[in-house]
Write a protein that binds this ligand. Structure first.
Ligand code: SAH
Ligand code: SF4
Ligand code: F3S
Length: 479
């Protein structure tokens, strides 16, 4: 009989990808995904450690899960509980200590071993469940498997073909980070930079397209630092990989990549934005701060002007390119002048969308040891000011799309009956009244409605026969 697997995913798109791959790995063991956590035979918390409270959230969620398991045990059932992801990597030993009846704790680089861990946990739990426990019931028993190695083998060599379906998909091509920004835990939780070979990526892309994907987002913590082995044995850059996928994977209409670092935005990649219609005119390029002093303290190894020049070159190559970014307010020592410099940069560039965060001191990172931590009230005020500016830019960008004809890739049923929802090339959610056979197709839509974060419109009379047509492009909303 089929067993039910529930995975709760926190954090970035890489975690979303990893969760899907863990489900793929467990399918041969008879596990199918369920949406109902309370009746799952196995629960995986795929955790994120990027900002504070992540670990607290994991521990409180584990408390709930254990109570749920106890209830299921009363009914003669059992639940395997696993913690995966970046909290597991950073705090594995602490989890084992504080939650002695946990079954599995595994890091992001060891999940290819999950089937074996689950088999061991199943055996251990079955044996223990048949015996009365000295701790007053089976509830206190856990298989206690900890695997947070950075193994020499690449997990990607052991993953089965993906069963992911849908018109948009993620594909991990690079993982880890060697940049060591002073605020960030990622180099410690994901390990050193690693790039998958081109052939493996192309095979996965073809497979995803065969299962319905028309848009693929290439993922990496430092995706534009990609340097994988090409089919010719040479080391390929991201630009070369994207060009290859655009040429070699028919029916792949849209390619995106995230997350990039300004330092690795090379000429070839910028040129690709001007030359490949499949490469979407939207780029997430985190800058973090507009103050050179703070950027240096962050060890970003670029200046605000360096970022401005990259954006200029990108917009020369692809005039309708829109940008999103990440910002941190209240990095230790950030003065009012530093904050103003960031606001100035935001005003100059004009972002279509952005993510802004209060600095969070992460244990073990160099910035956590810096003096002059910024008071929370100051951070709050700066964040509010920044978010108001970013929000006005987002609204202006969306407003500028009204009245335009844009290609929309429809991904799913909309909120209202008869409606489908999809994305514009600039990642704006767009809904329109269309029949279900339009799912997975790129349809030209005239935008007539402006919602808070989404747009609405109607299909035009001029649909592209296939592939790519030339569409109106929204002018850049912000000069
Ligand atoms: N690999 C990506 C980002 C990873 S984390 C990159 O290099 O840009 C996503 C975002 O979280 C970061 O861009 C940063 O803005 C934010 N972030 C990371 N560590 C943080 C911290 N300690 N406090 C607040 N925000 C943080
Ligand atoms: Fe973190 Fe910096 Fe690496 Fe991005 S580049 S993952 S912010 S250390
Ligand atoms: Fe979080 Fe790990 Fe991603 S810390 S942002 S899940 S790389």
């Amino acid at each position: 009989m089929g067993k039910k697997l529930f995975i709760k995913t926190y954090g970035c798109q890489m975690n979303v990808y990893d969760s899907a791959r863990m489900a793929d790995l467990l399918a041969p063991l008879g596990y199918g995904l369920t949406e109902d956590q309370s009746d799952a035979d196995m629960v995986i918390l795929n955790t994120c450690h990027i900002r504070e409270k992540a670990a607290d959230k994991t521990f409180s969620e584990l408390g709930r899960l254990r109570a749920q398991r106890h209830e299921r045990q009363q009914a003669g059932k059992d639940t395997i509980i696993a913690v995966a992801g970046c909290v597991a990597q950073a705090e594995g030993a602490e989890i084992m200590r504080r939650v002695p009846d946990i079954d599995i704790v595994l890091g992001p680089q060891t999940y290819h071993r999950l089937p074996e861990m689950v088999a061991r946990a199943t055996r251990a739990r079955a044996q223990k469940l048949m015996q009365p426990s000295a701790f007053g019931g089976e509830r206190k028993f856990g298989a206690g498997i900890l695997d947070t190695d950075f193994p020499p083998e690449s997990k990607f060599d052991f993953l089965p073909e993906t069963t992911t379906e849908g018109s948009t998909a993620f594909l991990a091509i690079q993982e880890g980070c060697d940049k060591f920004c002073t605020f960030c835990v990622v180099p410690y939780t994901r390990g050193a930079e690693f790039s998958r070979p081109v052939a493996q990526i192309a095979a996965e892309a073809r497979h995803l397209v065969a299962r319905g994907a028309r848009e693929i987002t290439l993922l990496g913590q430092n995706v534009n630092a990609y340097h994988g082995e090409g089919p010719d044995g040479a080391t390929w850059s991201l630009a070369r990989l994207v060009r290859y996928l655009a040429d070699e994977v028919p029916d792949l209409l849209r390619i995106r990549y995230t997350t990039s670092h300004p330092r690795d935005m090379d000429d070839a990649l910028i040129a690709a934005h001007g030359e490949l219609p499949q490469l979407m005119p939207f780029l997430h390029l985190p800058v973090q701060s507009g103050s050179d002093r703070i950027l240096a303290e962050m060890n970003r190894q670029h200046t605000a002007d360096h970022f401005r020049r990259i954006v200029d070159r990108l917009r020369k190559a692809r005039p309708d390119l829109a940008l999103s970014s990440d910002f941190i307010v209240g990095f230790p020592g950030e003065s009012d002048a530093d904050h103003r410099a960031t606001l100035r940069l935001i005003e100059e560039i004009g972002f279509a969308q952005s993510f802004s965060f209060k600095y969070s001191a992460r244990p073990g990172t160099p910035a956590a040891m810096l003096e002059k931590q910024v008071p929370v009230a100051v951070m709050d005020a700066r964040l509010q000011e920044m978010q108001a500016l970013l929000e006005s830019q987002l609204m202006a960008f969306n407003r500028a799309t009204v009245g335009k004809r844009v290609p929309v890739l429809f991904e799913r049923a909309g909120k209202r009956p008869g409606q489908l929802t999809g994305k514009s090339p600039w990642l704006q959610p767009v809904h329109a009244n269309l029949s279900a056979d339009c799912l997975g197709r790129e349809i030209e839509i005239e935008i007539t409605e402006l919602g808070h974060y989404s747009l609405g419109g109607q299909p035009t009379d001029h649909q592209p026969a296939a592939g790519h047509a030339v569409f109106d492009q929204p002018e850049r909303a912000i000069a």
